[in-house]
Design a protein around this ligand. Structure first.
Ligand SMILES: NC(=O)c1ccc[n+]([C@@H]2O[C@H](COP(=O)([O-])OP(=O)(O)OC[C@H]3O[C@@H](n4cnc5c(N)ncnc54)[C@H](OP(=O)(O)O)[C@@H]3O)[C@@H](O)[C@H]2O)c1
Length: 322
């Protein structure tokens, strides 16, 4: 089989297309013929060498969609459409950047859809992250005013649509005023231009503060996001687009307003629910959700795809098809 192998840590050119043997699944593992996979920022960090537990060479890819080729347990039939995410895939063992992958059955989600693979490939990790952040961590409801910090990211754009489906009022941020129209088209009720602080602009719109914040920029803007919430409001940090993993100073009594709540979301396969995934795929099929897929690459173009993501050129999800 052909596989994109990250040979060592470094720039996108460390990824090489190589011939590998098709892996053979033991009981409890399933061989999937990969049809597509989404690209993720965490894969970029891993390739750069920021995941100390990942040893190279490694076939990366924390998610994929495809069809079952061989399930030794006999539970899944050959040809069944499946998604697989996380569970150490592409990190502790070889992942989805290949024509075939073996994964443990716990991280496999069967589904049925006639959507093209390039659309299906965008779904698993993005949906897991968005539904986990909004529904499990923030418990967003129709009464909530939600701020999405990093609103133009693919996670941000999908979060806006899901939050609007729930009935919430959404404020989305971008650093780039030229992206205002696309955020409004995506469903945002308000757009705020983020030059490092948005608390005044948010308080101008909602003087008593807002209910929930989905923080996708991370530690750089977290304190400012906390200043936007009303008492008992909640901030969930899910992303680190600002590339800073920790804060030099944090004073809980002061940085968190009284009665404010701060949480994080670090999704795993266990946070994805079979039924919710199928319902979501059906919503996409009916045209009720737009996934904002920016570009589709082939496996041979993997270096180009990683470069495009690293250069921050993506205006939505990037997908690779096989
Ligand atoms: N916790 C989890 O389980 C989980 C799972 C998946 C992803 N994530 C995280 O979620 C975040 C979003 O991922 P994504 O794939 O949706 O991102 P993406 O689509 O690649 O986001 C691109 C956008 O991010 C903004 N951005 C880039 N660098 C920035 C910076 N230094 N400061 C502020 N904004 C910046 C830009 O928006 P503007 O130019 O419009 O400002 C850009 O258009 C990432 O941090 C990712 O690691 C978390």
């Amino acid at each position: 089989m052909r596989a994109a192998v990250t040979t060592r840590k470094g720039n996108p050119n460390v990824i090489e297309i190589q011939e590998r043997s098709i892996p053979v699944p033991e009981k409890g593992w399933v061989l999937i013929k990969v049809k597509a996979f989404g690209l993720n920022r965490s894969e970029l960090f891993t390739r750069q060498g920021h995941s100390p537990n990942v040893l190279f060479p490694r076939i990366q890819g924390i998610e994929c969609v495809g069809v079952v080729e061989n399930d030794p347990s006999g539970k899944l039939i050959k040809g069944q459409q499946v998604a697989a995410i996380m569970g150490g895939m592409g990190r502790n063992y070889d992942g989805g950047y290949a024509e075939y992958v073996i994964v443990p059955e716990e991280i496999i989600f069967p589904f049925k859809s006639s959507l093209p693979w390039q659309i299906l490939g965008a779904i698993p990790e993005m949906f897991q992250t968005v539904s986990g952040s909004l529904q499990e961590a923030l418990e967003v409801s129709s009464k909530d005013i939600l701020l999405i910090r990093g609103g133009t990211s693919s996670i941000g754009m999908l979060s806006c649509q899901l939050a609007k489906n729930i009935g919430a009022t959404v404020i989305a941020t971008t650093r780039n005023a030229n992206k205002t129209e696309s955020l409004l088209k995506n469903g945002a009720d308000h757009v705020v231009i983020d030059q490092g602080s948005v608390k005044d602009a948010v308080r101008e719109l909602f003087p008593h503060g807002i209910d929930k914040v989905l923080e996708l920029i991370g530690t750089r803007t977290l304190k400012d996001s906390l200043q936007c919430i009303k008492p008992k409001g909640m901030v969930c940090m899910t992303g680190i687009l600002g590339n800073e993993w920790s804060m030099k100073e944090f004073t809980p009594m002061g940085d968190i307003p009284s009665l404010g709540r701060l949480t994080v979301y670090m999704g795993e396969a266990a946070n994805l629910n079979h039924k919710r995934l199928q319902e979501f795929i059906d919503l996409v099929d009916k045209g009720m959700i737009n996934l904002n897929v920016d570009r589709v690459f082939t496996l041979d173009e993997i270096v180009k795809a990683h470069t495009y993501m690293e250069d921050n050129l993506a205006k939505g999800k990037l997908v690779v098809i096989l």
